[in-house]
Ligand binder design. Sequence first.
Ligand code: NAD
Length: 366
Amino acid sequence: DPFAFADDLGPERVIHIHRPGVGLRAVLVVDNTACGAAIGGVRMAADADAREAFRLARAMTMKNAAAGLAHGGGKAVIIADPHAPEERRESLVRAFAGAIRDIADYIPGPDMGTNETCMAWVREETGRAVGLPRAIGGIPLDEIGATGIGLGAAVGVAAARIGLSLAGARVAVQGFGAVGQHAARVLAAQGAVLVAASDTHGTLVDEGGLDVARLAALKAEGRALVEHGTGRRELRDAIIGVPCDIWIPAARPDVIDGANVHRLQARIVAQGANIPCTPEAEAALHARGVLVLPDFIANAGGVICAAVEFHGGSEEDALRTIVARIRANTEAVLEEAARHGIQPRAAAVALAERRVRAAMALRRFR
Ligand code: NAD
């Protein structure tokens, strides 16, 4: 029962969409709009369901509030194969957009299985969307490294708090994709050394420092790091045990759990991926004195970029806003966590919830 999730924050609106004519099944959850119209991705996956939309919509409420955006949280899932032919995808996305045209307090963005072209279709049907192609006013967030740059800013704050100088700090990045490589780039620019990087094919290790630009060029050509990079080749999950100062998960959820958390040897874990650590593993890291930067604080660069795009800002505005907001929020969260002796995630949830509740108090009668 997905409604078991409902509490006083939301969801405000749940729309189940079924258009048998085009074979569309989709769910839109607008979780909370107290801070403003909800921004949240449209996911296309064959195994997506309403429960997932509820969970992800709430995560967006918390992420957007924590980032201090004038936006609430929502999420949509289109239950379909994202690898279907383009024409089929277009018909599904346009039908979905037509069905949510009047839900003005939801602004769709790209997510797993959808992209900027899909958002162009959505905007044509509804008049609103973020994550658009550059030609129609979009800011290409993965190209400019929005999330990775924000992650780098969060790491800078965390390092300063524990007295770790970024010059010479050893960094390991799990998942050298859009997020991971930009985080590695900004940290390397401040003197950090990339000692290990991984992708689905394996881990590449070099204590002397891997060449970030060369690895990024390999990824752009669609090549595997371990087959073409220089360094020691190891198995994919070897990255977990590489001794380093800063460990950056930027691949998949749940990669660190109760069974492997003892292998991590880092002082800071900066969560680029969403929920890369199970709650049990995150608590164990905290107990060991590892500073864990929560995903929805550290990886909010993408949605901050989307909000700047929505309000007509430039790429420069987006990058400036991402760094300023994430620095300030990371500082606030780590300060509160230290003051109360709690996990950074608990402090981050409290911060986000305070903001949402303050916004809700301004509109008592809705
Ligand atoms: P991406 O597809 O560009 O990169 C992911 C990389 O991870 C790929 O190189 C892939 O080979 C690698 N990978 C996958 N499984 C792996 C594994 N088990 N071990 C090692 N490497 C593995 O994706 P991205 O946009 O960089 O996103 C990375 C993660 O961050 C995702 O979980 C995503 O949901 C999350 N995230 C992304 C953004 C964004 O702005 N792109 C924002 C917030 C969160």
